[in-house]
Design a protein around this ligand. Structure first.
Ligand code: ZN
Length: 312
């Protein structure tokens, strides 16, 4: 969520840490190999809304592709149930009582977010370049002056501010572009690195876009592509939110490659999207509904769908 109204937000968390050199090298290496394979922030008060459909395009996806997306969506929510680090669905978060910033879960979440912030910043940079290249919006390496301005803003983010009143939201304020405000319920509801990275990446994209709309060209392209593939009209703010989510899943996928573990690949990938496994599937004027978000992201990223279904 990006908010433009001025608000003074206090700075919390320890000083930002530098990404260890070895991990930096691992990430850069992994990035070189990972195929292109998005989660984000979610207003807690969603007004039910029906997304308009375009008159054509339900046929753009093959029956096989649609089936793969359905299977991959099911894997995400099934993995969440079995995963000790599974995210809490956002409708479940919304129903929970507020959590003080001093609660152990919120403290642990804030420390994890602060620790992962430098990594998320690097991965957002890589992901933005990848998308810029893939959508043919810059040169082959994804360089464009506008992306460069966005990356400079991303690099300047230093702080995570845990906030009880923000509950299950994360947000950034254009007047305070060095800080991500993270609701304590949200921090506690995302117990995995992958889940936190996907949300950090989402907010970093809003900051990169800033008041200058540095990334509006990318939001337009992603929205157009998603509209064509899904048959939904995804423009304006929903296109920005979807792009933030797309970068979130990309960043989390890069992180999984950079930090191998014995955990199954589908489980780790699922963590970047599993908070969308809601019972009450409602969107609002700015956001697609959580379940439509999952499907739109998988539609944009068939590689991710295949990895979720086949485990490799
Ligand atoms: Zn957002």
């Amino acid at each position: 969520m990006k908010q433009s109204e001025p608000r003074l937000v206090g700075v919390a968390g320890g000083p930002s840490r530098h990404l260890p050199l070895r991990l930096t090298a691992v990430i850069l290496l992994a990035v070189a190999f990972v195929a292109l394979a998005d989660a984000g922030t979610f207003a807690q008060r969603r007004k039910p809304r029906t997304v308009p459909q375009t008159s054509h395009s339900r046929d753009v996806l093959s029956a096989e592709a649609r089936e793969m997306i359905g299977l991959a969506s099911a894997v995400i929510c099934k993995e969440r149930l079995a995963d000790p680090k599974g995210s809490v669905p956002i409708d479940d978060m919304q129903a929970r009582p507020s959590l003080p910033v001093t609660s152990p879960e919120a403290v642990a979440g804030a420390e994890r977010a602060q620790r992962l912030l430098p990594i998320a910043k690097n991965l957002v940079e890589v992901s933005l370049r990848r998308l810029t290249s893939d959508y043919k919006l810059g040169n082959r390496r994804g360089h464009s002056p506008r992306v460069q301005r966005a990356i400079a803003r991303v690099r300047a983010v230093k702080n995570i501010h845990p906030d009880m009143d923000s509950r299950d939201n994360a947000s950034v304020f254009l007047k305070n572009p060095h800080t991500i405000v993270f609701g304590t319920i949200f921090l506690a509801g995302l117990p995995s690195d992958e889940g936190i990275i996907s949300v950090l990446a989402h907010e970093l994209v809003h900051i990169g876009d800033g008041g200058e709309d540095n990334l509006s060209f990318l939001f337009l392209s992603v929205g157009n592509r998603a509209s064509r593939l899904t048959g939904l009209k995804i423009h304006g703010q929903p296109a920005e939110e979807l792009t933030c989510d797309l970068v979130g899943t990309l960043a989390a996928r890069f992180y999984v490659s950079a930090t191998p573990s014995y955990e199954p690949l589908p489980r780790r990938i699922s963590r970047s999207l599993a908070h969308n496994c809601v019972e009450q599937d409602e969107g609002d004027d700015d956001h697609l509904s959580p379940k439509i978000t999952i499907r739109a992201l998988l539609t944009l990223n068939p590689t991710l769908s295949r990895e979720l279904v086949y485990g490799r």
